[in-house]
Write a protein that binds this ligand. Sequence first.
Ligand code: TYC
Length: 106
Amino acid sequence: MMKEKQTRYSDGPVVEEAKPKLQKPQLYKVILLNDDFTPMEFVVVVLERFFHKNREDATRIMLHVHQKGIGVCGLYTREIAETKVRMVLAFAREQQHPLQCTMEPE
Ligand code: TYC
């Protein structure tokens, strides 16, 4: 077992052990934007289906976006966030809703 981080050789140089560095990945906010046409119920379903929100949280987030114009659905690493955005947009277009979804660094 490694007990000390520094080893001092008499009065000589202090030797530092290399610290193993694990970088935390940059996280991205996945964002929903309000519009006048997408039904509230559809947005709630999107939040349940793609962001694993329960109905209560999904409704709260949908109403926040409806009232403020923008809102965060969740925080994800870049590739997961990109996939969520694509899936939401594909689902909305399939149902012919103009819902907009995007991402930005945390
Ligand atoms: N504003 C929409 C309506 O009144 C509801 C809505 C909420 C649409 C959130 C988009 O991201 C959205 N039907």
